[in-house]
Design a protein around this ligand. Structure first.
Ligand code: HAM
Length: 420
């Protein structure tokens, strides 16, 4: 029979590494709490239209990378390639604009994109993200960026560059698209087929093209940063003023357009040089038209998402190893002792003390080895004599020392030593 393996571009998170994920997730949740964000959970799949309308039907994500299928009812369904569109759909569906604004949300999700797998790029990957809905102010943009910045601070990750760009509003984009079209008109025939199509539909997407020829053709193109309207310019200036005041350093990168269509005004990326080609660990920006595009009231928003696989690559061995060892392994010999052990293990667990017995019921010698393998802090052998006298040898596996105790003392001793 053919050997089964996980699908290409997906990964099992094995028991020896899941503590790293739990650690990272707990720190992120704590930061979200410190910034007063609340969790919103949306389904793993949505109607395809949510992404086609939200992310944009000329983006690579929508045209090439989505896991889309018809369900048994004939509906077109897509596994979410990102979190923002689903959050926006939920915001509209539940009329959340009628509640307290801005709504500050976080999420921890798996996402799916049919991309060529490589280090830091998977087909199923995980994102931690935030979204703030119902806010237009530059301070909201700064809040999102400061949240991102805090993540790297909290994990003590250095060598990260914050890149910012201003990609204007719908109005300045319209004027800019004409400028870009005029610039590319003469070079049109040299563009790849996809970009020729993009030129007509959504010229800014040409910046996403991986073809070297297309990249060289747009190298000297006018930038959106230099073409934004007065309002967008002032908004961006205020964002940078806030960052300057707080002392967060950044670079202006006029080449950032982001791969998703919903963005407007401020866009940003936190990039590391230490993890290879997929160095963008966190990306986000403002999306003032998204909610309206999904049929809702006009509620501007801003947010970001960070790839957890990339964060873990950056953290490497610096994650503290979790203590997952049990406090005690009970080793019963004989049927009566087994019953005592079952009762004791259950009492200890109810008191929050991690207790184990060998459910494979191996020999005493094998169980001693098992105690070593699982790193049990203590062992106790329960034989007929111990049970009848209520005198047990509680062995500290690290020091090798044993103390004689009564059954009812064991829990107290273990909890005392836990606290110590
Ligand atoms: P994105 O730039 O497409 O933005 O993805 C955000 C982050 O997800 C990336 O910076 C990267 O760390 C991670 N990522 C993306 N694709 C992959 C992949 N194939 N494998 C591993 N990691 C990946 C968004 O998704 C937006 N929804 C962010 C946002 C939220 N903007 C506003 N609000």
């Amino acid at each position: 029979m053919a050997k089964l393996s996980a699908p290409k571009g997906t990964k099992d998170i094995l028991p020896g590494e899941s503590y790293q994920w739990q650690y990272v997730e707990s720190v992120l949740k704590q930061i979200a709490k410190d910034f007063n964000f609340k969790e919103l959970r949306t389904p793993t799949f949505e109607a395809t239209e949510v992404f086609a309308r939200g992310v944009g039907d000329t983006t690579d994500v929508v045209t090439k990378e989505m896991y889309t299928f018809l369900d048994k009812g004939g509906r077109s369904i897509t596994l979410r390639p990102e979190g923002t569109a689903g959050i926006a759909r939920s915001f509209v569906e539940h009329g959340l604009y009628a509640g307290v604004l801005p709504l500050k949300l976080w999420y921890l999700i798996s996402c799916f994109r049919y991309e060529k797998p490589q280090a830091g790029r998977l087909r199923e990957f995980h994102q931690f993200g935030i979204e703030m809905l119902g806010t237009t102010t530059p301070l909201a943009d700064a809040e999102a960026i400061l949240f991102g910045n805090e993540i790297f601070k909290r994990f003590q990750i250095g060598n990260i560059t914050l890149n910012l760009n201003n990609i204007g509003c719908k109005e300045c984009r319209k004027a800019y698209n004409e400028k870009l079209k005029a610039f590319l008109e003469e070079k049109k025939d040299s563009l790849c087929e996809t970009c020729q199509e993009r030129l007509g539909k959504n010229p800014m997407r040409i910046f996403d093209c991986k073809s070297e020829i297309c990249q060289s053709l747009i190298a000297d193109a006018p930038t959106i940063f230099d073409s934004v309207c007065e309002d967008c310019k002032n908004h961006f200036e205020e964002v940078t003023n806030i960052l300057d005041t707080v002392g967060v350093s950044y670079k202006i990168d006029k080449g950032i357009v982001r791969g998703l269509d919903y963005y407007s005004k401020t866009v940003f990326e936190f990039v590391s040089q230490n993890i290879g080609a997929q160095g963008t660990v966190l990306g986000g920006g403002r999306y003032d038209g998204l909610i309206a595009d999904l049929g809702g009231n006009d509620a501007p928003g801003i947010g970001f998402a960070m790839g957890l696989e990339r964060l873990l690559l950056l953290l490497g061995d610096s994650i503290p190893v979790a203590d997952t060892t049990p406090r005690i392994l009970l080793i019963p010999i004989g049927d009566d002792a087994k019953k005592v052990a079952w009762k004791l293990v259950s009492d200890l667990r109810s008191r929050g003390i991690s207790a184990e017995y060998d459910i494979n019921c191996r020999s005493v010698k094998a169980q001693m080895k098992y105690a070593d393998k699982i790193g049990a802090n203590y062992t106790v052998v329960l034989g007929d004599e111990e049970v009848s006298k209520n005198q047990y040898q509680l062995k500290n596996m690290q020091t090798g020392e044993s103390v004689t105790v009564a059954l009812e003392q064991i829990a107290d001793i273990l909890s005392e030593t836990t606290e110590g």
